[in-house]
Design a protein. Sequence first.
Length: 387
Amino acid sequence: MAINDKWGKVYEELGAKPVINATGSVTLLGGSTPVKEVREAMELADSSYVLLAELEQYAGDRISELLSVPAAYITSGAGSALTLASAAFMTGDSDENIEKLPDTEGMPNEILIQKRQRYWYDRCMEFSGARLVEVGNENNTSVVDFEKMISEKTAAIHVPVYEQKPTDENVLSLETIIDLAKKHNIPISVDSAGQIYPLENLGKYVRMGADFQCVAAKYMGAPHSTGFALGTKEIISRIAKNSFVGYETNRIRGIGRPHKIDRQEIVGVVTAVERWMTLNHEDRLANFEYMTNNIIKDIDKKNGIITQKIDNVIGHQPFGLYIDIDENVSNINPQILVEKLKQSSPSIWTRIEEGDSKICIMVFGLELGQEKIVSQAINEIMKENLR
Ligand SMILES: *Cc1c(COP(=O)(O)O)cnc(C)c1O
């Protein structure tokens, strides 16, 4: 059912406007809708209380087995995993250090990152008290640039990976970073939050030699507020000590205390990972491609719309399309169309990616059938704005 009487009602009753999400998994709209298997498992988890330290241990063991890495830890999102890992790189096993953060005096507190790789979520690392230190410049980074910056203050080197995007030849590859870091005995941190497909990428960076990689469970049918860390036994045990579970279990007051996660969510994440590893991904992808093709087919090209199909299947958001407008035919430009779609009823969210001029439509957040509402709304707006 694409939209029925109950659609969005609970939000409307509060005064908030429900949204058809044609923009993908974005936190500003709520990020994910947990799948049925996950919701059912979470409901079963209501039945009793459980010692969270024990649950985290067994849940982490299960995930680490499924993903062929030494250890795993469930967190309140990939962002939390980044903060806790940064803390873990600095504190080591020292309870005293854990209680001292975010004051990092006496600890290595610099996380090196290539200047060209600065990104939206790197801020999550600084919440631990760590300092991000840029290496290289806007154009490139060399091994020598790194060697100049590495010192006893270096806590880790951080690398975000986006395998769905074209390779940036002007940054050092993860392989090069791993070699370099190993040579200097520095931990390697990888943000692979969106690298959930192909399946081998779940844990791949740890198997390549990274100490830590994070994954956002929001992309695989778990609650938006969940994620996990994968890594060596050493770093995962330090993440556990810095976490809210460590705070209550060990009575060591670390910075992880506000990063709480429910026992239901922990069970939900395990269920989501189990499902993901056994899911028929060809069917999953076919479903996204089907909705994409429907939008392209149903958009009336006479109104000045130019569509371009996205055929990427790597990472968290397969398929989708770009939309451009022929301004010889239409009075409106892509920015205005995005606004008009937001204001239409029901409200439809699409977006123009930073530095781009085309509208990007993602089908990740659409229920089957909602894609028809999107193409109809576009047709109606465009028909009213012909030159
Ligand atoms: C979503 C995302 C994050 C943050 O993950 P949360 O689970 O929302 O905290 C970090 N890095 C990347 C690349 C992401 O896509």
